[in-house]
Every structure is written in C-alpha cells, then in structure tokens.
Design a protein around this ligand. Structure first.
Ligand SMILES: Cc1cc2nc3c(=O)[nH]c(=O)nc-3n(C[C@H](O)[C@H](O)[C@H](O)COP(=O)(O)OP(=O)(O)OC[C@H]3O[C@@H](n4cnc5c(N)ncnc54)[C@H](O)[C@@H]3O)c2cc1C
Length: 367
C-alpha cells in the first residue's frame, strides 16, 4: 500500500478540481497519472496502479466520469500505443492523450448490430476518386460527445474474417462526422453518444496501425478493459457495502438497530461472500498477462463474475437501505447505472457463451 499512496494522492488532487470529463482527463494527464497507469509499458505493477486509479476515482466522482477515464486508460491509450509502432499520427495523438491534452474515443460497437457480432460490422473505409472515405455508424460510444479524436474500427475488406479490419483515427470535428446523445438520463458526463460517418474524406495516414490487425488488437485490448472493469466494479461494491453496513448499524429498530437482526446479518454476509469471490478472481488474474492470448478465457470469467456480483450486491444493498435508497443521489440511482457492468465491453450472456467455448481449457481437461 504505501508505495501506491503517492499515486492515489495525485488522483485525488486531479479529481478534486475536475468539473467535467475533459478537465478531469487534463488534470490526470498533467499530474502524470495517465503515463503511470496507461499501459504503455509492460510493467507488472500496472494492475496495482490501475486499481489505485479506479478505486480512488470511484470513491470521489459520479459513475459517468469514472467510465470516461476507464475506457481511455484501459482501451484508448493501449490501442494508440500499439498503432504508434507504425504510425506517426498515432504517436502524436498518444502523446497528447497521455499528457491529458486530448480525449480519445474508441468506436467499435456498430449501429444496429449486436455488440457480439463485430465480424459483421458494416462501417467501412474504401477508396473513391483517389481518396479514402469512411461511411457507417457506431453506437453507445463513451466520450463521443466531447472527444478530440475518434479511433474507429472499420472494415477494409469485404470478407467476413478477423483480418478484414483496420483502425481509422479521425478528428471528432471532421466534416461528415456527427454525434447525438445515446441517453439524456444515464452516464451523465461520460459523453456516451451515437456517431455517424457520412462519406468522411481521409488522408492515407488516417489509417493507423497495421491493416488487417485491428480486430485482433481490439480483442486483446478488451482483456485489459475487462480487468479494469472488474477492479472498478470491486471498488464500487466495497464502497456500497461499507455505506450499507454503516446505515444498518445506525438504523434504529425498536431497542436495537437493523444490524442486530440475524436475518439482515445473514443477507449482508452473503454479499460479503460474493465480494470475496470477486476479490479472489481479481487477485489471481496474473500481473503482466492481460495482453497475452491465453488471458482471454480468464478475462471473460472475470467480466461475467463482475457483472453478476455488481448486480447482486447492489440489489441487496438497495433493499437493505429501504426508502433511503431512493433519495436524490441514493443507491437506487447508482444501481440503475451500475447495471452497465454486465453490458458495456461485452454483455454477460456473450461472456458465458465464450466461457462455454473454453470449457476444456478452464477445466484443464486433457492437460
Ligand atoms: C455505458 C456504455 C458505454 C459503452 N462504451 C463503448 C465504447 O466506448 N466503445 C464501444 O465500441 N462500445 C461501447 N459500448 C457498447 C458495448 O460494448 C455494447 O453495448 C456491448 O458490447 C453489448 O452489446 P449490445 O448492447 O449490442 O447488446 P447485445 O449484443 O444486443 O446483447 C443483448 C442480449 O443478448 C445477449 N447475447 C448477445 N450475444 C450473445 C451470444 N453470442 N450468446 C449469448 N447471449 C448473447 C447478451 O448477453 C444480452 O443479454 C458501451 C455501452 C454502454 C452501455
């Protein structure tokens, strides 16, 4: 713990002054936080630093602001770092992102198509009249409404194959790019939006990274995002459990308090068991392995467990809090938004389908 204290202090300082997602990202960048947790290195301490960042933010800021940071440190920065190996433009945008000067959205989920069917994505880059054009649409994209750049997963070949995709890095204000809010009720300040690309003209250098590698890189980066989501979900559950325990201990019920009721203690204890399971899964996810192909099934297990644990703990804690859960800013509102832990970055049902595919590996059958 002590060696992480300085990072937590820097995050707390940045969070205190932040008014919105852009100013938060800028403050984190200026404090050197993104450079230290942005997964640009292969340092095994990355997981501990990411945990510190997300736990500290979760305790201080609304869910939408934490989401805005989470997708950038866990997805945008690592994907830009990979593209930087072959692209000067990606290197420039990465440097700006890490310094907090640029907000970058990652746009993969296709308009009108299940998030589990990326191979069928229709958003495409094609040559026309001697230039490249991007056409299509992406839905439910974090930071879409306030970002500087969008990194778009685009089809560059018609074949339904993992090698048919490339990354296109464009300014959010490029002619032909439009954005509309995905929701006016949920995830305020995460800037979640639907993007349209209407015949957007592109210079050749806007296709970043190696053509044909984009979908494989995204799948690999998702493993890190799933780990980040689980670390954040764990911090959120722990915070909610601490608040609920405090509420139960203070809530008079006749001569005693609610916490003295055996049935209530039993329900709370079951939440502690669920929390301990998620803790254990996070801690066995091996440091430095998040980018390796073999981490895929482990990341899916972690993601499914996180979605189910968040739902379970928040459901029970809302119930245990009674009417007070429905006060403005109370637990019932948080539960509504936190349901996204079982959707964003891959729905729980999709994770379960993938886990079943790896049943033999997970059971060590034949090893
Ligand atoms: C808050 C938020 C932020 C997001 N941010 C981003 C972002 O920054 N960038 C981005 O690209 N996307 C983003 N997304 C999109 C997100 O990744 C998708 O919503 C997610 O992948 C789920 O896809 P879907 O919404 O199309 O659900 P669907 O795939 O339509 O799923 C609907 C239901 O069907 C089930 N299901 C689907 N496929 C299968 C299967 N094969 N087997 C079994 N069951 C299945 C699911 O479990 C679910 O219950 C965000 C979403 C949210 C809610």
């Amino acid at each position: 713990m002590p060696e992480h204290a300085p990072l937590r202090g820097l995050v707390a300082g940045a969070a205190n002054g932040a008014e919105d997602a852009r100013s938060l990202w800028r403050a984190l960048g200026e404090a050197g936080v993104i450079e230290r947790v942005g997964w640009t290195s292969k340092d095994p301490d990355d997981i501990a630093r990411l945990d510190d960042l997300l736990s500290e933010l979760d305790g201080r800021l609304p869910l939408g602001l934490v989401l805005s940071v989470c997708v950038q440190v866990a997805l945008a920065v690592p994907l830009l770092a990979t593209a930087s190996e072959t692209s000067g433009l990606a290197r420039e945008v990465l440097a700006d992102a890490v310094a907090g000067r640029a907000v970058v959205a990652i746009a993969v989920t296709e308009a009108g198509l299940s998030g589990s069917a990326t191979l069928d994505a229709a958003t495409a880059v094609r040559s026309a009249d001697g230039s490249l054009r991007l056409t299509g649409g992406k839905e439910w994209i974090s930071n879409a409404r306030h970002c500087d750049h969008v990194m778009v997963l685009a089809r560059c070949r018609p074949e339904r194959h993992i090698t048919s995709f490339c990354w296109v890095l464009i300014p959010a204000v490029a002619p032909g790019v439009t954005v509309e809010p995905a929701s006016n009720r949920y995830f305020g300040q995460a800037g979640v939006g639907h993007l349209r690309f209407d015949d957007v003209a592109l210079a050749e250098d806007r296709v970043v990274g190696q053509r044909g590698r984009a979908l494989a890189e995204f799948v690999r980066a998702l493993q890190r995002e799933r780990l980040a989501g689980a670390l954040w979900g764990r911090a959120l559950c722990r915070r909610v459990l601490v608040e609920t325990l405090d509420h139960l201990r203070r809530r008079p019920a006749g001569p005693t308090t609610l916490w003295d009721n055996a049935a209530i203690r039993d329900r709370f204890a079951r939440c502690l068991v669920a929390q301990a399971r998620l803790d254990a899964l996070c801690s066995v996810f091996p440091a430095g392995s998040a980018a390796r192909p073999a981490a895929g099934p482990a990341a899916m297990v972690l993601k499914a467990a996180c979605g189910e644990t968040v739902n379970r703990i928040l459901d029970e804690c809302v119930d245990l809090t009674g009417a007070d859960a429905f006060r403005d800013g109370g637990l019932a509102g948080l539960r509504e938004e936190a349901t996204m832990f079982g959707v964003a970055g891959g729905a729980t049902g999709t994770m379960l389908a993938g886990i079943a595919e790896h049943a033999d590996d997970l059971l060590l059958v034949g090893s």
